[in-house]
Write a protein that binds this ligand. Sequence first.
Ligand SMILES: [Zn+2]
Length: 109
Amino acid sequence: MWTRGPRQLTNNDRASPNTRCQRCLKLGHHTYQCTNPRPYVPRPSRTKQLALGGGVGGRDKPSVEVPEEFKSSASGMGIADKILKAKEEERRRAEEKRKEKERQSRKRR
Ligand SMILES: [Zn+2]
């Protein structure tokens, strides 16, 4: 092999077939010689963090976890309607209970 020659140092600069690029993780070239775009970005993008309701910089995760219901119903009808209905129903039930109590107390008196 010619690598045994006196100019072995130049081999350092050359990318051997075993040289793995740390950027695109492909063989055959050095990282600083890489011309390929990164195939995979391990970090979530900044826009995604903002979309999750961050707004405050420097935090990795939003303090409040978004329930699955919220995520899935983003395009459909608002979950707010459901919550409002539920609360309304709850209020109605509480009122009914109160009226019932009133009736009972009236009966007793
Ligand atoms: Zn590369």
